[in-house]
Design a protein around this ligand. Structure first.
Ligand SMILES: [Zn+2]
Length: 319
């Protein structure tokens, strides 16, 4: 996966800031000690003086004096270290042991920078939906009727079953998480549950891209035509750990987005990367719009869940 240079530049800036923040924290701690503990300041001065004296002794070949000054330095340093330990102040270690925070390795960028660049692209692509509003805990089953429909489905049972499936998806991620297709009319909780999954998976430290089909596809399309090649946004859609496509069926379909969508479904399955798709379309409508080569993938490889019930947003509004 390769990124435009500006994404890498941004990633390096972020890393530099993190490193500086750690250094600043340490320096501030030292400054506080100097001001609150005169002995600490004396020790620092003593170490500097003994160090210079040791250098002079080494230069003039005075071995006895050199040894004396070195011993003094060690003693003062040990005392200083004790104060630092008591204050819980530790000299910052490198953030990345692969590149020792130089950002480069073997003539290329280090993985630590690539990882941040990847996250920047995921964030750029993803909608800024308020994830905290949609959790498993505030997914309310009371909006689903416990009376069977004409088709013999009990909406609340169905919702319970889907909720359990979603929790399982998070639990086993990414090993046993089969891709999910959420079907059903608007306002039945498809987006709510997808976002609940998204925030749990982000908490686990995985790279997640989520958004409406319209926003995800058009972002990739724009970049594709701007740079006349496969873009990093397209790569992000293919390679992120979890992709959530909301509202499939409402997007503008071009020949580019059609083939992009097929490519997303297909290569993510091949690479065992889970995808969650929400749609208000029924199966026939999906097949008409995206052809059987897509729907046959859904049948064969996706776990399809049909949401049943009455529009929850309408129910809440009527209360
Ligand atoms: Zn590194």
């Amino acid at each position: 996966m390769s990124y435009r240079n500006d994404v890498y530049a941004k990633a390096i800036e972020i890393r530099k800031k993190d490193i500086k923040a750690l250094k600043d924290y340490y320096e501030q701690g030292l400054e506080t000690l100097r001001q609150s503990d005169p002995h600490f300041k004396e020790l620092e001065n003593g170490i500097a003086t003994a160090g210079s004296a040791a250098a002079v002794a080494a230069f003039s070949g005075d071995e006895a004096e050199l040894l004396k000054m070195q011993t003094l330095c060690q003693k003062l340093n040990a005392e200083k270290q004790k104060i630092l330990d008591n204050a819980g102040l530790k000299k910052p270690e490198v953030l990345c042991t692969l590149c020792a925070d130089t950002f480069y390795k073997n003539g290329g960028l280090c993985d630590c920078i690539k990882k941040i660049a990847k996250q920047i692209t995921f964030d750029d692509l993803s909608s800024s939906l308020p994830l905290e509003n949609s959790t498993f805990d505030n997914f309310s089953l009371q909006f689903y009727s416990d009376k069977a429909t004409e088709g013999g489905v009990v909406p609340r049972k169905r919702a319970e079953n889907i909720l359990a499936k979603c929790k399982e998806f998070v639990e086993d991620f990414p090993k046993n998480s089969r891709s999910l297709l959420f079907m059903g009319e608007a306002g039945l909780g498809k987006t709510h549950l997808s976002l609940a999954i998204v925030s749990e998976i982000i908490k686990k430290g995985y790279g997640v891209v989520y958004g409406s089909a319209q926003s995800l596809f058009s972002a990739a399309e724009k970049e594709h035509f701007l740079f006349n090649s496969s873009s990093e946004q397209e790569d992000a859609l293919l390679s992120c750990d979890l992709l959530v496509i909301d509202d499939l069926g409402t997007e503008f379909l071009s020949s580019y987005t059609s083939s992009l969508f097929y490519n997303i479904v297909n290569s993510r399955l091949l690479n065992k990367k889970p995808t969650i798709i929400n749609t208000n379309l029924d199966f026939d409508q999906l097949e008409n719009r995206y052809t059987a080569r897509i729907t046959s993938r859904f049948i064969g490889e996706y776990e399809m869940k049909q949401f049943v019930g009455l529009d929850i947003r309408q129910q809440k509004a009527l209360k």
